[in-house]
Design a protein around this ligand. Sequence first.
Ligand code: BGC
Length: 444
Amino acid sequence: MKGYVVLISVVAALGGLLFGFDTAVISGTINFIQPYFGLSETGLGWTVSSLLFGCIGGVFLAGKAGDHYGRKKVLMMAALLFLVSAVGSASAHTLIFFLVARILGGLAVGVASILSPMYIAELAPAKYRGTLVSLNQLAIVIGILVAFFSNYVLVGTGENNWRWMLLVMAAPAVLLFFSLFLVPESPRWLVARGKDNEALQVLIKTSGKEFAAAELKAIEKTLNVQEESRFSELLEPKVKPLLYIGIVLAVFQQITGINTIMYYAPKIFANVGQSNNSALLQTILIGGTNLVFTLVAMALIDRFGRKMLIQIGSTGMMLMLAGLSVLYFMNLTSGVLVLTFILGYIAFFAASLGPATWVVATELFPNRLRSKGMSIAIVSLWMACTVVTIAFPIMLEKLSGGITFLIFALICLANLLYVLKYVPETKGKTLEELEKEFSETEIK
Ligand code: BGC
């Protein structure tokens, strides 16, 4: 039984792998597409961020279509979009064609970023939900690593190297599409569509015969209103505080600065004058640390709880960033300490905010509003990601590294205080138990 749930989660997590791959692959192509399409620096910036605009559209698409057509069908559509984007961007001869292909890829990333974790959460038994949803974060991290490695391997394949780099994504896209035929639709969605019998069959397979009937009853109780939900329902007094928590956590995951390292590590190392860190070594160290500590999070998240992990993680991230800031202020950036603090920061992120943000986002909202609530929270995440990505190089140049990293350290502190005061613990309870608890207690 557990094996079946793991299989379902692995299939869904392929969506996360494509999310990680697609956001990271562009970094290796930049030096080649810039001359090929004759791009200025600004043109390059827009070309690179074109994906993000697609993401924002994709998140809304997932929120609406996920309710209407089901989680599984819409994930299949995302797999096809990933495929079209891979082939399209790899074969582009004009900039406009390239941009359209990347935006379509962004739509798919946006859809996958919501539906993969949500679908896992809706199928997972409460006891393992944190670990299983974190599998999606593990897949994102692996996707990033695979992109870096495959770019490195393909860079020597001649003038079409960037085309091959982008085409690689077609393989996991096809795999995701076909493997989705092996998995069932979410029982929570099936109940919402009045297909209770089908839902029961799925629950028997995922939770076992003795629990399935009771679980079905609990789900039915939360979904007694038949018509489709509306976004405006998120503003009802009982749901609004949960929406705020979802948005704030999503924004904090980004404004505590993770992608300043994930996207700009080579720039930081160059900025502190380190030349002996080859690109590959950095990738292995940063990507490897990210991977190992995501595994740590997976082992701990259902035992320690999400809140505890985020508290420890943001404290650790704050200390690492403060250390980095001090090194900049004291002009001590040439040694191995910079790398140590950066890796420490990544480790704390990967063991906490990385997976926990996505896990909590799937758990906050009632069954009826999950896909809409998550889409608002995750759109905020992508917007914050865009702002930080654009602002970081400017901050580094105008404010210096010392002040820049101090600001990020203070944001980690704010995150810690916020979580301590406002975020409820969600481990171990079924989504229905959480829904009942949140509707009965006063959430600030
Ligand atoms: C974040 C991404 C980030 C990645 C790094 C994810 O949880 O949402 O923005 O690049 O973790 O591992």
